[in-house]
Design a protein around this ligand. Structure first.
Ligand code: G6P
Length: 615
């Protein structure tokens, strides 16, 4: 989703900001822009619909004439994911105030912008864009009396909604002001340079020392300093964090796409997610971030999982684990639904917010609602220091490493692994026997090897993808642990290949969707060794009777399946509860190759965003 970057320092700010915007591309966007200081005390903006490379070309042409601006050490940039108004040049950020002295870039949504706009128009203001964000630039200009930070604070106090905002002014050639309310902002502290970004991936090539703003913080930044105050003008101290991953981890490393790289990283990501957490000798797991001893764990009598997208499907697998192994009733809710339904939270309920990014607006809102209702809350996040992780205060990090491809891959498999470990831990405070836990732990330790075995099948998955890449519709079916796995498989395919794909419980197919089947609509059936296998084979026959080609994902060496399918993808033999991991990796590779063969933009699919920060 929208991304912000700002720079104050001794380098060419234009270059730093364009490079930062490229790092933010993975979030998903449809226009981009930059504002920088022009030599003679004025601001200059360049904005384009489309990709950052188009912005870079236009900026390059402009700077060839305006060489002073090219030397400027102050600039802000933005990638916009359209909400209010189409992705046009005029609607792209940064937005200038009417007199051109202030430029702002904004993430989030200003809910009362129409009222503010009407008031300003009645005072003679003219607006250039259709965006809610432009009002912020107008308000700052209106409030300015020589103190930039004070003007920003006055403007922000009039806003309702969410913002991560960054401001520069022609009158303050070495200053950036930024603020946060609901949309993340981090400060990167360098040597004689300070950066601000909505996402640390844009900072990491300059510095690993980062300070995160909290909601209500306003920061004023110069190349050598930063000062944080609250909206009430009270000084605020926030500690710095050292980022513990490297720039190489967010580069493609020879892979054609981040998505493929991240699929291939799964054995290593799973190793990291499991590291130090499987305690073989005590037949349990250790998840210190949950900050709960056995007595606290034993008190939890219900879980409510709230999440979106891929994280929601991982949560569905988690429900099965918590119920099957820890005997704890668990509800899984789409995060927006959790909040809209005004959920019943009982005293010993625990709410688990699952989010790779830790920034998804609906999941964050659900978490806050659960906190308000007095629930014990936990976060299951990948991004360290993300808002959900911080506000939950306790939980488990995935340690999957940075995930850049919009379509989530290694986060799903690590989420499932962590949920399995949670169910062992909770199960051991209940009726999960030491022997059963021991078997689960031994199987969890095999996960990296299981993941690698599926990745090794890539050539055969590619040849199956070649057969079906032309199709416009597909169904995915499965039952039991394979039900969430097929929902995720269908999501992966539609996200990146734009094929209409639907996941169904295998038994549900005959209650409607079967009416659509024909020879042009393949059905991908997840049918590894499991209690429900025989029934799913029956469903495969139903599909073939309607001429649909059937692609089975089945256990290696299983001789029952080949006769009932047109194509076969095999996954290694494992205990049933862990089969979602190899099966989903096979689905990821299938979706990836179908999308690649169709010439799709895999890492940044149209209309999608990596981190959805609007509700
Ligand atoms: C977006 C992404 C999905 C992701 C979902 C939830 O829609 O495109 O891939 O699953 O957000 O993201 P989260 O960061 O909360 O897991």
């Amino acid at each position: 989703m929208c991304g912000i970057i700002g720079y104050a320092g001794h380098k060419s700010a234009a270059n730093v900001v364009v490079a930062g915007l490229k790092r933010l591309e993975y979030r998903g966007y449809d226009s981009a822009g930059i504002a920088l200081l022009n030599g003679g005390g004025s601001l200059l903006t360049v904005k384009t619909p489309g990709k950052v490379t188009e912005l870079e070309a236009e900026l390059g042409a402009m700077l060839a004439e305006k060489t002073e601006a090219g030397k400027s050490g102050l600039a802000i940039g933005h990638t916009r994911w359209a909400t209010h108004g189409e992705p046009t040049q005029l609607n792209a950020h940064p937005h200038l105030s009417p007199n051109g002295n202030f430029a702002i870039a904004h993430n989030g949504i200003i809910e009362n912008y129409l009222a503010i706009r009407d008031r300003l128009i009645s005072k003679g203001h003219e607006f250039r864009s259709e965006t809610d964000s432009e009002t912020i630039a107008h308000l700052i200009e209106e409030a300015y009396e020589g103190d930039l930070q004070a003007a920003v604070v006055t403007a922000l106090k009039q806003l309702e909604g969410t913002y991560g905002v960054i401001v520069i002014s022609a009158m303050h050639p070495d200053t950036l002001v930024a603020a946060r309310s609901g949309s993340p902002i981090a400060i990167g502290i360098g040597d004689g340079e300070t950066l601000i970004a909505s996402d640390v991936s844009a900072l990491i090539s300059h510095t690993k020392r980062v300070v995160y703003l909290d909601d209500g913080d306003v920061v004023t930044v110069t190349p050598d300093n930063f000062d944080i105050v609250s909206l009430k003008d009270v000084p605020v101290t926030r500690g710095a964090t050292e980022i513990d991953w490297d720039i190489e981890e967010i580069e493609k490393g020879g892979f054609e796409h981040f998505m493929l790289k991240e699929i291939y990283e799964q054995p290593a990501a799973l190793t990291n997610a499991l590291r130090g957490r499987l305690v073989h000798k005590d037949q349990t797991t250790k998840l210190s971030g949950m900050q709960m001893g056995p007595a606290d764990l034993a008190h939890i009598d219900r879980f409510i999982i709230a999440a979106c997208g891929t994280s929601l499907y991982a949560g569905m697998v988690g429900k099965y684990y918590l119920e099957d192994f820890a005997s704890i009733p668990t509800d899984v809710l789409q995060a927006a639904e959790f909040r809209d339904r005004n959920p019943i939270i009982q005293r010993d309920s625990c709410m688990l917010a699952i989010s790779q990014s830790g920034e998804t607006a609906d999941t964050l809102a659900a978490l806050r609602e659960a906190i308000r209702k007095g629930a014990t809350v936990m976060g299951l996040c990948n991004v360290v220091g993300s808002t959900i992780a911080r506000e939950a205060g306790r939980g488990v990090y995935l340690h999957a490493g940075p995930e850049i491809g919009v379509a989530s891959t290694k986060s799903f498999t690590c989420q499932v692994a962590v949920l399995a470990m949670m169910s062992v831990l909770l199960g051991r405070t209940r009726r999960l026997s030491a022997e059963a836990a021991s078997r689960m732990i031994a199987e969890l330790a095999r996960l990296p090897e299981l993941a690698q075995a599926v990745i090794d099948q890539e050539p055969s998955i590619l040849s199956i993808a070649e057969k079906y890449a032309h199709c416009e519709h597909a169904f995915f079916i499965g039952r039991g642990y394979m039900y969430p796995a097929v929902l995720e498989g269908a999501l992966k395919l539609k996200e990146i290949s734009y094929i209409h794909a639907e996941g169904y419980h295998a038994a549900e197919l005959k209650h409607g969707p079967i009416a659509l089947l024909n020879e042009d609509i393949p059905v991908i059936v997840a049918v590894p060794e499991s209690a429900g296998k025989a029934k799913t084979i029956g469903n495969m026959q139903e599909c073939r009777a309607r001429k649909s080609p059937v692609i089975a994902i089945a256990t290696e060496g299983d001789t029952d399946i080949a006769a009932h399918c047109d194509d076969l993808i095999t996954v290694p033999r494992c205990q049933e509860f862990l089969a979602p991991i190899p099966v989903v990796i096979a689905e990821q590779l299938f979706a990836y190759h179908v999308a690649r063969l169709r010439g799709c933009e895999i890492d940044q699919p149209k209309n999608l965003a990596k981190s959805v920060t609007v509700e």
